[in-house]
Design a protein around this ligand. Structure first.
Ligand SMILES: Cc1cc2nc3c(=O)[nH]c(=O)nc-3n(C[C@H](O)[C@H](O)[C@H](O)COP(=O)(O)OP(=O)(O)OC[C@H]3O[C@@H](n4cnc5c(N)ncnc54)[C@H](O)[C@@H]3O)c2cc1C
Length: 420
């Protein structure tokens, strides 16, 4: 919506005035960040009756996620995702990851949930695809065996698909090819199952790209018991999730601005004003009564470590915990790194606290939140920092993860709609 009066423009610093010359838009609730937390916040605020706009500079950590969800997202958010083509269901047993681990998750799309490894499910065939790097069935059988109880038999095979390119497959092009023609897999997988006397197969996560469930459902309804391991590089499940987030926003009629929020100001009338550098290079200014900051952590862009730990949009203080001590504005990032640790570093959990967004009407959601404060609405620690361990993947043992970020976003969106 255009215009809010010249008087306000004059009251702004020069950089903001210039941006106003581009365009001025407003909303009741402005969400900065379009990962799982920001999308949940925008959907919740729209659900609460607010006029919502969301700005995102690109995909964040959500688009790197391995496919299965740590934490359970709110039911209404799941419904929106399902309408956007991404169903989630509870996982019946730990799920196998393409990096060799087997971890418990809370929820997953059915194609991943079907890969669950209970301890008594007969013989499972782990199928690699010739020419596709990063998924080694023989090694995976050994690694997955190491963490699974006796009673489950794992065997391995490598499938040679028709029309395999001489240079091999890229995961995305193979996923797109399978989406276009799912039955391409039917005969090779069925033959391998028969040869190895197995009842079901676990493949890398390549069963479709945009219209993800289509390939899996086609093969299942043809009678083939296939499933997908969690993860893989690049993350096809993350790509699917990001597509579903954008579709859900579109379906809810939420205005999405592609660009980077690079300046924040609180106006005299109490409104929040944000300067956005659009992807095309033009600047726009957005005003809103309530603001949700859901910019993610280091990977998403909400926190940067150089030259010091910094929150990137509003300049909020960053909190971190190291060696059992809590730091506000810890300054030099490296000083807090525990050098001898190979596991999750305290810095990776650094973030901002809602209490520091002292202007009323600013809500913090998702991985940008510090894990050092109480998290409203959950009654517990705010622990939605990016859960990276040494392997750079989600740590299913922590309270971090997609589901927690979505729940936090939903809470923030509802509160923002109420406050707007
Ligand atoms: C490699 C990896 C694998 C993971 N795997 C899993 C997994 O398997 N399961 C699981 O549950 N969790 C996993 N996680 C954790 C999970 O991805 C995060 O908890 C979750 O994505 C956080 O969501 P978010 O919306 O808070 O942040 P993000 O998804 O990072 O979103 C941040 C958004 O803010 C935008 N943004 C940032 N700055 C600006 C700006 N100035 N202006 C405009 N937009 C901006 C970004 O472009 C992005 O859209 C993984 C994390 C990583 C890093």
């Amino acid at each position: 919506m255009l215009s809010r009066g010249l008087a306000r423009v004059k009251a702004l610093p020069r950089a903001f005035r210039a941006a106003y010359l581009g365009a001025m838009l407003d909303a009741d609730v402005l969400v900065i960040g379009g990962g799982v937390a920001g999308t949940a916040a925008a959907l919740a605020a729209a659900d609460g009756g607010a006029r919502v706009a969301l700005v995102r500079r690109g995909p964040g950590a959500s688009a790197l996620a391995a496919g299965a969800w740590i934490g359970e997202p709110p039911a209404a958010f799941r419904t929106a995702l399902a309408a956007a083509g991404l169903d989630l269901e509870r996982t019946p047993a730990p799920l196998p990851l393409a990096d060799g681990r087997v971890l418990p998750f809370d929820m997953a799309p059915p194609s991943h949930a079907a890969a669950a490894l209970p301890d008594d499910d007969g013989a499972v065939l782990v199928c690699g695809i010739a020419g596709l790097p990063g998924f080694r069935p023989h090694a995976l059988v050994r690694l997955w065996h190491a963490t699974r109880p006796r009673g489950l038999t794992l065997r391995s095979a490598s499938l040679l698909l028709p029309a395999t390119p001489a240079a091999g497959w890229a995961a995305a092009s193979l996923a797109a090819r399978i989406e276009h023609d799912p039955m391409l897999l039917f005969e090779p997988v069925q033959r391998a199952l028969d040869e190895h006397d197995c009842s079901r197969a676990v493949l890398p996560a390549v069963l479709g790209l945009h219209g993800h469930p289509h390939a899996w459902e086609t093969l299942r309804s043809a009678g083939l018991r296939v499933s997908e391991a969690v993860g893989g590089t690049p993350s096809i499940p993350g790509w699917r999730l990001d597509g579903a987030l954008l579709t859900a926003l579109r379906q809810a009629g939420i205005q999405v601005v592609a660009g980077r929020a690079r300046g924040y100001r609180r106006g005299g009338g109490g409104e929040h004003t944000v300067v956005i550098e659009e992807t095309g290079g033009q600047s726009v200014t957005m005003s809103a009564t309530a603001l949700v900051l859901a910019t993610g952590s280091f990977v998403g862009g909400g926190i940067k470590a150089k030259p010091a730990l910094t929150e990137t949009v509003m300049g909020l203080p960053v909190h971190a915990t190291a060696a059992g001590r809590h730091f506000r504005d810890p300054g030099d990032a490296l000083a807090l790194t525990v050098h001898e640790r190979t596991g999750r570093q305290p810095l990776l959990a650094a973030g901002v606290m809602e209490a520091d967004a002292d202007e009323a009407g600013v809500f913090i959601a998702g991985a940008v939140r510090s894990d050092s404060g109480a998290m409203a609405g959950t009654g517990g620690r705010s622990d939605v920092g990016v859960p990276i361990d040494a392997g750079g993947r989600g740590d299913a043992g922590s309270r971090s993860g997609l589901g927690h970020a979505a729940a936090d976003g939903w809470r923030a969106g509802l509160a923002a709609a109420e406050g707007s």
